[in-house]
Design a protein around this ligand. Structure first.
Ligand code: 5RP
Length: 230
């Protein structure tokens, strides 16, 4: 099987495995990205078969998809707590430290993760790393502060690059109207320290380090087997 197909099979296996955490009456956080999308599609099928849940979306894309599939979409005005959120990740390191934001949705994803009782990550096993940082860390920044934040992130040892829109129309703009800096590095040795350093930079809205948030990671191989990391 070609690699892309194998990876797709693994993503689907992880998404399927997450369904067992969903019970009738729950408010479910809908993640973003290709693996979370597979989960939303499976959840949509269950809703069409009569499962009574509501969804809170972590991106405009996930909200549109959820509505299209018939998942009733709610918000924090109506529900301040999410029972379970299911989302993907770009890297998973020991201690369930994550990098997220490859799809550009890290701010709303982190808001959803912060409001849920159980944060479940679904991923193929290529996402497992010994140390975070081979994947450039996305940092969401207020547009006017980009030059200042770029300088400060460089001082921390990162090489920040403004994310470009896939259509080639200039910078990628987040759902919240901000810019993303993708920050390459030689590795993030101490994610807690790095998270605090980045957070202290004025103009940074949020960063893609998700620490002490995931309850478990459902990590699937191409053969469909799913390992649970807790
Ligand atoms: C989006 C994300 C995604 O969850 C992350 O990029 C993983 O995506 P995929 O499942 O497509 O590999 O954080 O901002």
């Amino acid at each position: 099987m070609p690699d892309a197909q194998a990876q797709q099979a693994a993503k689907l296996a992880a998404a399927k495995a997450a369904l067992r955490f969903i019970e009738p009456g729950m408010v479910v956080g809908l993640g973003s990205g290709s693996t979370a999308t597979l989960f939303i599609q499976l959840l949509g099928e269950k809703v069409q078969q009569g499962l009574d849940i509501k969804g809170i979306a972590s991106s405009e894309d996930s909200e549109v998809l959820g509505r299209k599939l018939g998942i009733p979409i709610t918000d924090f005005d109506h529900h301040s707590t999410i029972d379970v959120a299911v989302d993907g990740a770009d890297e998973v390191a020991p201690g369930l430290a994550l990098i997220k934001g490859g799809g550009g949705k890290l701010l709303r994803e982190k808001i959803v993760a912060s409001a849920c009782k159980r944060f479940i990550i679904v991923a193929d096993d290529s996402k497992l790393v010994k140390q975070l940082g081979a994947f450039p860390l996305p940092v969401e920044v207020i547009p006017m502060a980009v030059p200042l934040v770029t300088e400060k992130l460089s001082d921390l040892g990162f090489t920040p690059k403004i994310r470009q829109d896939k259509s080639g129309n200039g910078p990628y703009i987040t759902d919240e109207g901000n810019i993303l800096l993708d920050c390459s590095s030689s590795g993030i040795a101490d994610p807690e320290v790095t998270a605090a350093e980045i957070r202290s930079i004025i103009g940074v809205v949020e960063h893609g380090l998700f620490l002490n948030m995931a309850e478990r990671v459902l990590l699937a191989g191409a053969d469909g087997s799913v390992r649970e990391l807790t």
